[in-house]
Design a protein. Structure first.
Length: 427
């Protein structure tokens, strides 16, 4: 197997910047992922390496860890060599030392030695910086290595390391943008394959198959489970058994993840038949106008939260024109009436993760010390990105209109936002 890597110096430079940002302040521990079993030990989900481990060390191989000593500058990759059984079943790999050399690391050690490095540092009163674990097995390891309970692992997460990693990963380099353009191009091919195959009488899963085929043909895979449905009012649905019917619409939310693990994220809505109905066309154009308005506002220094709110006002203006809403758009958005139709956030950062770095915490990734994420307000609590935009950010812009019968029935019964919503028109 040939490893897919950027150039060696790029990884060295990334780690040097990380060391500079942390300062002389103990150890940085970065964990790679393991294979995860589906239903028995040897039947595993497709392997996905941790994105931060990939960013700094590039090695897309299970059961690796790395330590960076910020005081001495020493870097160590921990991993075990393949057994003969491994080689028989899965083929050969370069040795751990050979892999480490390809990313500019000169020292390696067996995986079991991670704990000794950590205990030595803790005994000497040194810090061990870790990122929040999202895999149960990594949380268990960290609890054992740090000699704390599972519930206390979160207390040992390093905010300093979180912020340092985000500061680097959030700004995409030219090489990264090149990879993302590739991933988006493949995502476009996936969407086109779905659109071209759409017709009355087929099943949603047949469209999913076309998306998978287009991804695989480009040496890519899905970056997240496909959402391809004729019931787009359900924000996250992974049921694909519905039959496409004339007069209905398809919502296709799919994205490719390429061989370097950079991703795309595209959502498109289109008719099952040859053309939109008049009502479908009206609502489609309301969303399109909102998206175009939001994109026109994108530039460094503008808060994405403000762009989100402006896009919401644009949606309300359009919904007034088609008689679904009434009143002043700014007042409607301030009150939250628009969330009858648009319940989620306008977009999010994109990179090696579809919701880039979400494992590090939305407050740290999408917001700042002075701009706090809303946690209770319907609609805004789902806005993953609110901070000022900077050159090098890559993000999505995806407004929508979601007609949710259960929400309509509840709010109509409560007469909620009756000054802004035309309930008589909503059937």
């Amino acid at each position: 197997m040939k490893l897919q890597l950027f150039n060696k110096q790029g990884y060295i430079d990334r780690r040097n910047i990380l060391k500079q940002n942390i300062g002389q302040d103990g150890l940085i521990l970065l964990l790679g992922n393991e294979d995860s079993s589906m239903n028995y030990k040897d039947n595993c989900y497709p392997f996905r390496q941790d994105s931060s481990f990939l960013y700094y060390f590039g090695l897309d191989v299970p059961v690796l860890a790395a330590i960076i000593d910020t005081d001495t500058g020493e870097e160590v990759i921990f991993g075990d060599e393949l057994s003969m059984d491994d080689i028989i079943w899965t083929g050969t790999l370069p040795s751990v030392k050979e892999m480490a050399s390809q990313v500019g690391v000169n020292k390696t050690s067996p995986y079991s030695q991670v704990v000794h490095y950590i205990h030595k540092a803790i005994t000497a009163g040194r810090k061990v910086h870790i990122l929040p674990p999202y895999r149960p097995e990594n949380k268990i390891k960290l609890a054992a290595w740090l000699n704390v309970s599972l519930n206390d692992v979160a207390d040992h997460v390093s905010v300093k390391l979180i912020k340092a990693v985000i500061a680097q990963r959030v700004i995409k380099s030219p090489l990264e943008i090149e990879q993302m353009e590739n991933a988006v191009s493949v995502s476009v091919d996936m969407e086109l394959a779905v659109i071209k195959h759409t017709r009355p009488g087929i099943k949603e899963y047949e469209l999913v198959a076309k998306a998978l085929e287009a991804a695989a043909a480009a040496n890519s895979r899905l970056g997240y489970p496909a959402i391809i449905t004729t019931h787009g009012q359900t924000l996250h649905t992974h049921y694909y058994g519905n039959t496409l019917q004339e007069g209905r619409m398809v919502l296709s939310d799919i994205g490719a993840e390429n061989a370097m693990h950079y991703g795309g994220d595209l959502t498109r809505t289109f008719p099952v038949g040859r053309s939109f109905t008049t009502r479908q066309k009206e609502l489609y154009e309301v969303v399109l106008n909102s998206m175009d308005h939001a994109i026109s506002m994108l530039k460094p220094g503008v808060r994405y939260k403000d762009i989100h709110l402006a896009a919401c006002q644009k949606l309300v203006k359009g919904l007034k024109q088609v008689n679904l809403m009434k009143g002043d758009p700014a007042e409607a958005v301030a009150a939250g009436a628009h969330t009858m139709f648009f319940q989620c956030g306008l977009g999010h950062l994109l990179g090696m993760d579809t919701h880039d770095m979400e494992d590090l915490g939305e407050q740290y990734v999408g917001y700042t010390d002075t701009l706090k994420k809303e946690t209770a307000i319907f609609g805004l609590k789902s806005l993953r990105l609110g901070r000022e935009l900077e050159k090098g950010f890559v993000l999505t812009v995806e407004p929508g209109i979601y007609i949710i019968p259960g929400l309509i029935d509840r709010w109509r019964a409560e007469k909620k936002y009756a000054d802004f919503i035309n309930y008589d028109v909503l059937n």
